[in-house]
Design a protein around this ligand. Sequence first.
Ligand SMILES: NC(=O)C1=CN([C@@H]2O[C@H](COP(=O)(O)OP(=O)(O)OC[C@H]3O[C@@H](n4cnc5c(N)ncnc54)[C@H](OP(=O)(O)O)[C@@H]3O)[C@@H](O)[C@H]2O)C=CC1
Ligand SMILES: CC(=O)[C@@H](O)[C@H](O)COP(=O)(O)O
Ligand SMILES: [Mn+2]
Length: 424
Amino acid sequence: MTINPTTPRTITLLGATGSIGHSTLDVIAQHPQRYRVHGLSAYRRLDALLSLCQQFQPAQVAVPAESVDRFAQQLAQAGLAHIEVLGGESGLRELATAPEADTLVAAIVGAAGLMPTLAAVQAGKRVLLANKEALVMSGALFMQAVADHDAELLPVDSEHNAIFQSLPESYTSLTASGVDKILLTASGGPFRGRSAESLQEVTPEQAIAHPNWSMGQKISVDSATLMNKGLELIEACWLFHATPADIDVIVHPQSVIHSMVRYADGSVLAQLGVPDMRTPIAHALAWPERIRSGVQPLDFMTLGQLTFEAPDHTAFPCLQLAEQAFAAGGTAPAVLNAANEVAVDAFLKRQIRFDQIAQVIDHTLQQRAPKSANQLDEILSEDRLAREQAQAYIATRTIAATTSPKTTTETATETTTHTSTGRN
Ligand SMILES: NC(=O)C1=CN([C@@H]2O[C@H](COP(=O)(O)OP(=O)(O)OC[C@H]3O[C@@H](n4cnc5c(N)ncnc54)[C@H](OP(=O)(O)O)[C@@H]3O)[C@@H](O)[C@H]2O)C=CC1
Ligand SMILES: CC(=O)[C@@H](O)[C@H](O)COP(=O)(O)O
Ligand SMILES: [Mn+2]
């Protein structure tokens, strides 16, 4: 069934050159009458951004400040001089708040996404949130801004989108809706079932090879350490006004059930689908309507078994570190996030071992007593200090480089497909 759009939407997509960016533009391209692209942003992959400009003809783009002149020249040479090029953090904020766009897709990875996403919230936009780190860092302030500015926040992260779909449309609180538990599913990552000891030897290439999803490098490593589930637990608490006690993490290696909600009467509502981010993206783009996403239907006849198990907190301590940081409150989740970003980057550059990621985060959390997170300045200051402390700790732990002369970043850049579709 084709649904006629009631209101054509104008989209700004931050992080257009990434995995979520690619999936979002794939869905948008399937519905040219329904969506118009106003703005795109990129960071390093500016050649890819140029191709996207040719295809989607945005009015504005944002790139790093030092790349503005060069990119404007490239646009002019391609006959696209009419596209305005904005630069740096202020450029990202200007793009995120441009009055011409009603919807922001927040798909920058990491803390860099916080400022422009929050700016879009403060401008009262519909915000499709993939950038979970923004909410982890600034949850209370972010959700208050959503309420104060009458913004519309729609979760793109597959689990949170599944929970959103499994809650009533009139949802205000777990209690008012008769919800007993949120069941947050986790794939367990590529190292599920491995012992803590054996994880000392794993390589970045193994860590980014997620069993079910093809995603950016940072979130892939987060899935491998289970930090992704820790970040998602915090994300779910803020999005659904829940506490960690309201949420059970269940390892479900097939990633077919994207999360569930159990109600007081014993009913469990779940959202299932082929693991392909175009489904939650299409859901959030069209909400409350439904549109085609290009995703293959789930075939129950060939699905095989759906299995479930408990997370292994010994081999994967990051989930509990996230729970501890959330319980500590204030700026602790921002510190957790910053230390994790630094540690994952060091692991990808082969400066530390996989198991040392958790050590860096634990150490950094212990160094920084939580402060109030009521002001953005306080959060950004703790983010910066935590990064410095994590870096300093890593400097004392750095392992000898392994055999490959290439960094993982170089290796993966050559092979990245920029899809978030399932592998199986
Ligand atoms: N991939 C997935 O399936 C899912 C991802 N998410 C979340 O979505 C977000 C994006 O993930 P994903 O698409 O996988 O990541 P990618 O690494 O594939 O893409 C990241 C995007 O952010 C841009 N970027 C990176 N650093 C900066 C910076 N400092 N300033 C501005 N832009 C920057 C990149 O630009 P460039 O490429 O030009 O350097 C790229 O467009 C993350 O928060 C992740 O946790 C959530 C659920 C699923
Ligand atoms: C696609 C998506 O939403 C990712 O966050 C994915 O869920 C990662 O999977 P795990 O963290 O469960 O391995
Ligand atoms: Mn997820």
